[in-house]
Write a protein that binds this ligand. Structure first.
Ligand code: TXA
Ligand code: MG
Length: 324
């Protein structure tokens, strides 16, 4: 069983020492919990892959506390800086040319590294205590739902990790937006998130191609995709999505609506009280974790319409319900 740590400075010191010594731990971010370890050391990086059961060809995101931290591990162009300055600290991951300090195991042999300055106060307090960057993929077994509460991490990975830093529920609820500006003439959105395509395009003053083929997000397609599966973020229970009219359910099934006003029966659940998208995103994975324990036959999940955050939520729901 993992030990739960809190914002107490003594706990943060203990955790920073544990990480410096090559240990790993689950830590909260504003998006989802991450499984963190010293990004420049082989042992913790190997532990992260093995605890998650993650294929080695799927690179890790590296978290740093400031621009100095970014520049210690990657080359930053003016365009990267423009976007980073607008959205960091926050739920944005930039794909940058890596420096030689970053081991090939972190980047799965790619010459690029995914970098993020998170905004969650607890992970920031921890990063400030560490003199090194933290590699941290979502703290779930590979392919399963990303955790947004310490209990989720405990359920899925508890026996394999020593510590969970308790930051309560993650405000954002879905993983960061991933952007690559490596080719300045062809900016790409590799994963949708709370920071929408439109606000990114506005920031850089050019259009961005939606190309959700970050290595962990889609099957093999060209160089950007060392190759994985489309199914991701999935509960064990069979999941189906619907929009508009009510799905035809059988005995033992449940329906998860966007808005509590749609609930009519015992096995009807809602992702938000009013259908507000931020609340839907925040509650999505928590709802899936909790319903996955109930033994339902099929969960029917209502998908939101629209772009921005709605598109990111729809993307996660689609992947969670993709066939194995
Ligand atoms: O919000 C988040 O980003 C969370 C929190 C913990 O920061 N982290 C997260 O990590 O979602 P993970 O490992 O579950 O997803 C990272 C994604 C994977 O799809 C991976 O393939 C992609 O980022 N990625 C990592 N390095 C990359 C690179 N150099 N080029 C392209 N994609 C990369
Ligand atoms: Mg993940």
């Amino acid at each position: 069983m993992a030990r739960i740590l809190h914002s107490d400075p003594a706990h943060l010191d203990l955790l920073a020492h544990h990480l410096a010594a090559g240990g790993i731990a689950a830590v909260p971010t504003e998006t989802v919990y991450g499984l963190a370890g010293h990004a420049l050391e082989a042992v913790p990086v190997a532990k992260i892959f093995s605890v998650k059961g993650r294929p080695r060809r799927n690179p890790l995101i590296v978290h740093v506390s400031d621009w100095e931290g970014v520049e210690a591990i990657a080359h930053v162009t003016d365009l990267d800086r423009m976007v980073g300055e607008r959205f960091w600290p926050g739920p944005l991951t930039l794909i940058l040319k890596k420096k030689s300090t970053v081991p090939a195991s972190v980047t799965a042999g790619l010459d690029t590294v995914a970098v993020r300055i998170p905004s969650h106060p607890l992970v920031r307090a921890l990063l400030r205590r560490c003199s090194f960057p933290l590699a941290a993929p979502s703290a779930n077994p590979f392919g399963y739902i990303s955790p947004t509460r310490p209990e989720h991490v405990e359920t899925a990975l508890g026996p394999s990790i020593d510590y969970i830093l308790d930051g309560g529920i993650c405000e954002g609820g879905i993983e960061s937006t991933i952007v690559s500006l490596l080719d300045p003439d062809e900016p790409k959105l590799l994963r949708q998130g709370a920071i929408g395509l439109e606000s990114l395009e506005e920031t850089i003053g050019q259009s961005i191609r939606l190309s959700t083929d970050a290595p962990g997000e889609k099957p093999t397609r060209g160089l950007l995709s060392p190759g994985l599966m489309e199914r991701h973020y999935s509960p064990h229970t069979l999941l189906r999505t619907f929009r508009g009219s009510l799905p035809k359910t059988g005995k033992g099934d449940a329906i998860v609506f966007l808005n509590a006003a749609s609930c009519r029966g015992a096995h009807h659940f809602a992702l938000s009280a009013t259908g507000q998208l931020e609340e839907v995103a925040r509650n999505l994975y928590d709802r899936l974790y909790r319903l996955d324990e109930k033994g339902y036959g099929t969960l029917f999940l209502e998908v939101p319409e629209g772009d921005g955050l709605a598109a990111a939520i729809r993307d996660r729901m689609g992947r969670a319900s993709a066939s194995p």
